[in-house]
Write a protein that binds this ligand. Sequence first.
Ligand code: G3I
Length: 459
Amino acid sequence: MIKNHSIAGLALCATLLGAGATSAFAADETLRSLAEKNNIYIGAILNSQWFSGQLPGNYEQIHKTQFNIVVAENEMKFDATEPSEGQFNYNNGDKMVKYAKANGMRVRGHALAWHSQVPGWVSQKYGKNKKELLRVLKNHIEKVVGHWKGQIDEWDVVNEAISNNEPQWRTYSVWYEGIGPEFIDSAFVWAHAVDPDAELCYNDYNLEQGINPKAKAGFLLEQVKRWVANGIPIHCVGSQTHVEDTTTDKHFIGSPDSLRSLAKELAKLNIKLKITELDIGFKSGINVSKSDLERQGKTFREYLDIVLEEPNADTYLIWGVSDKWSWLSGLNRQKGLIYDDNLNPKPAFDSIMVRLQTYEPPKDTSSADSCEADSCGDSTNVIRTFTVRAGISMHLAGRTLSIAGVTAAKVEVFDMQGRPVFNARNVKGSVELKNVSEGLYVIRIQEGTKSLMQKITIK
Ligand code: G3I
């Protein structure tokens, strides 16, 4: 019944369902199962309190049932993983990777080169000594990425390196002040050298505030163009998307439409957009009404639409599960997540759920960039996909994959939970995707810094 609601009717639907009305959905339907049907990742952080066993049992139950991608709130940051020079602590990160494996979840690593949560010893010992800081950052990235090689699917390699006020790099940063902006390019190169299979992202906030050259996203776009042109191994941009409910902040200038424009620009560069830290808070101290929560649900849905509709967007990750354990109070905001203090789903949860249920992808989901009349989706029992990106072209007919533009590529196929189901090395010409059963997958073809990633359907 819910599937027949028009999109315009979703807010009403969420209103009728109310915060606790998840029973209106089929018992076996979760955000996760619906996200998988829609070929996307949906996730939430594991809060720091989870690592120290301070959360009630239903927190984890909800987390693993509803989400298929995970990231640690603080436990993979520099101060957590290398609290003293050369003394690495991987315990909490290992705990999360084990949890993700046991529950078939994709893993994000957050974050390698960031100005915040850098332990005191870095500047106390090395101040602005460029040579030493380069050595420290390189060693940190090599050790941490190396430790989780093959287990972390994507890394925030550089986090929040752009200034808030002007279109330029953030100067208030131990890495920028000591090394200069080249720490950024280098961080990507170092991470890629250690784990060439990991997706590498630049991650930042306020990217939903427009792509004009004076806005953060406009400045970033110019950098991404330069990185791509120079062969810097970057595969994705993470938009943190910590936004405030529009009616309570006159200065709010971000919008889902602006973020969608960024996704479209990144698509031209073969770079993905991921929503990595979403929350939509209200100002602290205000009385949040039922209709406020419904409007919040609508905004959650509008950001989800980008991930559902833009072919280069695949991830919708929320910075917390319940309002009870949220960093937002430190920002003078409240109630920005999709479960309330008692771990009951809010209207935002229902709004996301309904949208995932009702979304109908366009008929041809192959998102072919180039398609010649005689090779376009024709047959009813063989799916043909023809795609060209980054100089690599790919053609899939049944299970026969033909590749051009490479001399010896690595081909990998993952299921929608990020688990590898096929891989072959030194492929040139064509390869049979043997033993891959029918379904939706992501294929990755890589040679050096050239790579093509594409959702495929095998029938
Ligand atoms: O670990 C210490 C603990 O030893 C001490 O007793 C306690 C006392 O305050 O502090 C603990 O550290 C806190 C840490 O979280 C771990 O809980 C810090 O004070 C606190 O500032 C820190 O806040 C984190 C914040 O990043 C720091 O920048 C938040 O939990 C975390 O949600 C937040 O996450 C960031 C993303 O990494 C990047 N994007 C923005 C996002 C929200 O700020």
